[in-house]
Design a binder for this molecule. Structure first.
Ligand SMILES: Nc1ncnc2c1ncn2[C@@H]1O[C@H](COP(=O)(O)OP(=O)(O)OP(=O)(O)O)[C@@H](O)[C@H]1O
Ligand SMILES: [Mg+2]
Length: 438
């Protein structure tokens, strides 16, 4: 049961650090304000009002009692006296009755106190605290008419209540506002760190990360930066080693190719030169992979044109395209060309027909490469992006496969801040969707 309650409360609370911290700061302030207000209201304001109202009602009661004894008092004189001394404007209106419609407010403390006090002295009365801003009108049944009393509101209530309320809420808002500014400053470094980690995780370049904020956050930032540098060093080492080996192997391979010319048996020559060719292809691919992070300058280029030219080079009628409009993008042209090549190579290797679409919406440039091959199983979608991973070893010409094509493609897309996803194509083959932000 407690678990359920816990979960419910957790769902109710804000998820972001900033809002949680704000809640921690603001809740005590608000609770304190409410407590003070309630105590003030009850013990001071209401009690004072009650005292004031009671004395007013007693005055009125005295007046009515004196008024009744016509013989002893001069009515006009009495009325004047009350007006001068008690700020009570009194009028006797004959043949008027108490209004049947009550205009009291139930939730107003002033009305409530007045009603309670009047009830203890009179049975038939009516009052109105709303119609005038500063005045209250009270009507009391008297013989066959009514006595109408008009008196200022300040006779029954303490007017400092509003000022007190202002003084109590204004500093609270001020405190919360100051806390807001400080909290924003405290959470910003965390957000920056999270953003930098996310970008680094996607394989994008993170410029020098400068840790900031409180000591602990700064520490986390330093550690992240150290880790980032270690990983980059590690990746560079891997690429350098790979390109070193590939490069070094090319020389003996070239020598083997030359020596093949001296072999008489054509059968063996054919087999050997096939193998040599394959090895060369693999080495080229290793080199490509190793240099896929190489520094090429980004520029604005016509991506529609790039796709058209790439397709033309293949001289393959099975490759079709739907390029609706000229689209320009900012990026590293050669890398994007390599990415496209890898996807088309896969299409040729694993399928027959390839269709390339280029589109854009207000946020992204969208490239879709569809084929009609066997596709890739859903559970392999993530794995095929890993270097040297081949989904189905028996598929296609596995001998000439290295398993780097998609890995390079996703590296290229990520380094442009884009996103590459796999899906099923309408022809039941593979659909590769690339989004480049612009
Ligand atoms: N269009 C496709 N249709 C079906 N399966 C594919 C397709 N493209 C890739 N795959 C699968 O994903 C795996 C990884 O592809 P990737 O391009 O990375 O490597 P590769 O094509 O095997 O080798 P390389 O491209 O390095 O020569 C492939 O082995 C293949 O099983
Ligand atoms: Mg491939």
């Amino acid at each position: 049961m407690f678990y359920g309650l816990n979960k419910f409360i957790k769902n109710l609370l804000p998820k972001q650090l900033f809002y949680r911290a704000l809640l921690i700061v603001a809740t005590p302030i608000i609770v304190l304000q409410i407590t003070i207000s309630v105590v003030f209201f009850d013990s001071l304001w209401i009690k004072t009002n009650k005292g004031m109202t009671r004395s007013l009602v007693s005055e009125i009661y005295t007046f009515v009692e004196a008024y009744k004894n016509e013989a002893d008092y001069n009515k006009q004189k009495l009325t004047d006296l009350y007006y001068q001394n008690f700020q009570l404007n009194i009028k006797y209106i004959e043949n008027e009755s108490i209004p049947s419609l009550k205009s009291e407010r139930w939730f107003s403390p002033i009305d409530r106190t007045l009603r309670r006090e009047l009830k203890s002295k009179f049975n038939n009365f009516w009052f109105d605290t709303l119609s005038y801003k500063e005045m209250i009108i009270l009507k009391i049944k008297y013989r066959n008419g009514i006595l109408q009393f008009t008196f200022p509101k300040e006779r029954v209530t303490n007017s400092s209540a509003r000022i007190f309320a202002l003084w109590i809420t204004l500093p609270a808002f001020l405190l919360i506002f100051i806390a807001l500014i400080f909290l924003k400053n405290q959470t910003r470094p965390i957000i920056n760190l999270a953003r930098a980690s996310a970008r680094f995780g996607r394989g994008e370049d993170v410029d020098e990360f400068r840790p900031s904020g409180a000591l602990e956050i700064r520490q986390a930032g330093y550690e992240f930066d150290k880790m980032r540098k270690r990983i980059i060093r590690h990746l560079n080492q891997r690429s350098e080693m790979l390109s070193g080996i590939s490069h070094d192997l090319r020389t003996p391979l070239t020598r083997i190719k030359l020596q093949l010319a001296f072999i008489k048996d054509q059968n063996i020559v054919k087999k050997l030169s096939d193998d040599v060719q394959e090895m060369e292809k693999m080495l080229n691919e290793y080199l490509q992979f190793a240099s896929s992070r190489s520094e090429e300058r980004a520029e604005t280029f016509d991506i529609t044109d790039l796709i058209e030219k790439t397709i033309k080079k293949y001289e393959n009628t099975n490759i079709t395209s739907e390029l609706t409009e000229r689209i320009h993008m900012f990026g590293r042209k050669n890398l994007i060309q390599r990415c496209l090549n890898n996807l088309i190579d896969n299409g040729i290797k694993y399928a027959n027909k390839i269709n390339i679409k280029l589109n854009k919406n207000n946020k992204y440039i969208i490239i879709i490469v569809d084929d009609d091959g066997p596709g890739i199983q859903k559970k392999e979608y993530e794995n095929v992006f890993k270097p040297f991973y081949k989904a189905d070893k028996s598929r296609g010409d596995s001998k000439s496969s290295v398993g780097l094509g998609l890995s390079i493609a996703s590296d290229v897309v990520n380094s442009h801040g884009g996103n590459i996803t796999l899906n099923k194509s309408p022809q039941d083959g593979l659909r590769v969707k690339i989004l480049f932000p612009f």
